[in-house]
Ligand binder design. Structure first.
Ligand code: UTP
Length: 290
């Protein structure tokens, strides 16, 4: 089966759940300790062997492009002041992968954003990493999904069980087990009413799609919330027998949600060798006051 070489990172959402922070700052640029969320996501794709990345942005998100570009003045200053570690870090960032950008001119939904990637993707399978979902783990989740695509040749979604309250705001999947953490997905529904919930399994942040998704998206009408929903297009693939699910190994943080941002910062600081000791000592003291 063809290797997955390309990835698309949709990052053109309005981020209304974290206003006012996101009025002029894209949520994808919100930091987790000292790195913006989208850098973790690009690093995950690169670690999974992805060669070409398309980031979908919109008006006001030029700061994402700047982040992955060279900053000659900064690089010179770091070199002159002998800050070689930081210089290496900054250079690594601008040489990380072949990153391109495209603008979604109107915020018409995730399905519409993915449709903007048609020319970049061509006729290949491609990974989608949602720009506000950071997933931390030793084995990059994007790679876990690519391996299942390469074995079965079908679209693959990253799935996790969520609570019965959350499922009403997410999408619900009809799944049947194939082996270990791999499932067959035969149906899905976005933001189901309680009587339409098929399971507590939902899609969280990652998928690999076969390129026929573009023809399906071209026919997809606005769905839940008046947006062109990627789930509605993926549902057609599922019903055609072209969809697998992987209950991935990794901890996901929703950077489009206030609690998710706080959890990401706390937990990532606690696994960072340079932060762990001081931060844990601070937290232990703080907990005593609660
Ligand atoms: P979300 O629905 O979580 O993002 O989309 P949002 O629209 O910014 O959320 P609110 O306003 O807080 O409710 C998931 C991913 O899809 C991207 C978002 O940037 C996010 O990474 N997206 C969403 C687009 O690129 N374009 C869109 O039209 C909608």
């Amino acid at each position: 089966m063809a290797k997955v070489r390309k990835a698309v990172i949709p990052a053109a959402g309005l981020g209304t759940r974290v206003l006012p922070a996101t009025k002029s700052m894209p949520k994808e640029m919100l930091p987790i300790v000292d790195k913006p969320a989208i850098q973790y996501i690009v690093e995950e794709a690169v670690a999974a062997g992805i060669e070409d990345i398309l980031i979908i942005t919109n008006r006001g998100k030029g700061v994402i492009e700047d982040h992955f570009d060279h900053s000659i003045e900064l690089e010179q200053r770091l070199e002159e002041s002998g800050k070689t570690d930081m210089l290496e870090e900054v250079l690594k960032l601008s040489n990380m992968a072949n990153i391109q950008f495209i603008r979604q001119k109107e915020t018409k939904g995730l399905g519409h954003a993915i449709a903007c990637a048609k020319a970049f993707v061509g006729n290949e399978p491609f990974a989608v990493l949602y720009g506000d979902d950071v997933i931390i783990g030793d084995d990059p989740v994007c790679g876990q999904l690519c391996r299942i695509y390469e074995e079965f040749g079908k679209s693959v979604v990253g799935i996790k069980e969520v609570t019965s309250e959350q499922i009403l705001r997410y999408c619900s999947l009809a799944v049947s087990p194939v082996r270990d953490n791999v499932y067959d997905v035969s149906d899905m529904i976005e933001k189901p009413s309680p009587d339409k919930v098929m399971s507590l399994y939902s899609i969280l942040g990652r998928c690999v799609l076969t390129p026929d998704i573009f023809d399906i998206l071209a026919e997809t009408k606005p769905g839940a919330g008046g947006e062109i929903q990627l789930t509605d297009a993926m549902c057609i693939q599922a019903k055609n027998g072209n969809m697998m699910g992987v209950d991935f190994i990794g901890k996901r943080y929703d950077m489009g949600n206030k609690l998710g941002i706080l959890q990401a910062n706390c937990e990532v600081a606690l696994i960072r060798a340079d932060m762990r000791e001081d931060f844990a000592a601070y937290l232990k003291e703080l907990v005593k006051t609660l």
